[in-house]
Design a protein around this ligand. Structure first.
Ligand code: C2E
Ligand code: MG
Ligand code: MG
Ligand code: MG
Length: 275
């Protein structure tokens, strides 16, 4: 009897695993060529300077309109794209599109306004990335300081010399480099010393924690002080309440981003809001 039950359960699990694998395969095959078919689009979330309350830039965030009419957030397809080798074509599309779309918006805004783009580890390998980014800037008529590339700690964990060289090349060009989701990965302090970052983005989880727990608050204060000591600008992610905003201002954080100040939105909506 027990044996029969065991077998039943085994079959149940295999079926479940098969269904998951099938769903993944289906998603993979639909994702292949999605950029070329016009199924990707970018939303932009504004970033505000805490001292002047003025917008200083925006972050481009990719979405996939998966047929027939689902909108898939990046967290649900970027990891798959990375795994199956589709991040190259998606990542290229994101950079080209964000440069072109923002050049249009920037022509009406003072210098110093920038677009931040998320970059996956794979994109930095291979050695050709720096030159390619440079061409995208030229074609879009953007200056390098108007582009910021956001890199998570997982990129840096793969400590290949190519990644370091590419980051230095981009830095020499004048492209800004930002460390994203700071504090959520593995020992990031060494990376801050080793790579030429301009900006440190404090992960949302710390912002949420800071107004609840004095230790978390002290942690955020310390991150800001440390970043400033290293000559880095700080951006706080995921600001949702006025209380969080006040706290960040008191901490001397430089820039804020979050639903309180503006959700990710179409370029047209952002242009309208910026006036
Ligand atoms: P991220 O770079 O840390 O981007 C911030 C995420 O937090 C965005 O989620 C944004 O919508 C969300 N967010 C912003 N403000 C708030 C807030 O006040 N509250 C809450 N709860 N969330 C907020 P999204 O658009 O779903 O993107 C998720 C992640 O996907 C990004 O995290 C980034 O790591 C990745 N990603 C997005 N676009 C790209 C891309 O073009 N390429 C790559 N490689 N990764 C991307
Ligand atoms: Mg980011
Ligand atoms: Mg982030
Ligand atoms: Mg984050």
């Amino acid at each position: 009897k027990a044996k029969e039950q065991g077998r039943g359960r085994y079959q149940f699990f295999t079926r479940e695993i098969n269904e998951k694998a099938q769903a993944r395969l289906a998603m993979e095959s639909q994702l292949r060529g999605a950029a070329g078919r016009g199924e990707l689009r970018l939303d932009y979330q504004p970033l505000y300077d805490l001292r002047t309350d003025c917008p200083v830039g925006m972050e481009a965030l990719v979405r996939w309109r998966r047929p027939p009419d689902l909108i898939i957030p990046p967290g649900s397809f970027i990891p798959l794209a990375e795994e199956v080798g589709l991040i190259g074509e998606i990542g290229d599309w994101v950079i080209t599109t964000a440069c072109q779309e923002s050049a249009h918006l920037f022509s009406r805004h003072p210098k110093g306004f920038r677009v931040a783009i998320n970059v996956s580890p794979r994109q930095l390998r291979g050695g050709a990335f720096g030159d390619w980014v440079c061409r995208q800037l030229t074609e879009a008529k953007l200056s390098p300081e108007q582009l910021e590339l956001e890199i998570t700690e997982s990129v840096l964990m793969d400590d290949s010399p190519e990644v370091g060289e590419t980051l230095r090349q981009l830095c020499d060009l004048g492209v800004r480099l930002s460390i994203d989701d700071f504090g959520t990965g593995y020992s990031s302090l060494g990376y801050l010393q080793r790579y030429p970052f301009d900006t440190l983005k404090i992960d949302r989880s710390f912002v949420v924690g800071a107004v609840r727990d004095p230790n978390a608050a002290r942690l955020v204060e310390t991150i800001v002080t440390m970043a400033h000591g290293l000559g880095l600008e700080t951006v706080a992610e995921g600001v949702e309440t006025a209380e969080q905003l006040d706290f960040l201002r008191a901490c001397d954080c430089d820039i804020v981003q979050g639903f309180l100040l503006g959700r990710p939105m179409s370029l047209t909506d952002l242009a309208e809001r910026l006036g």
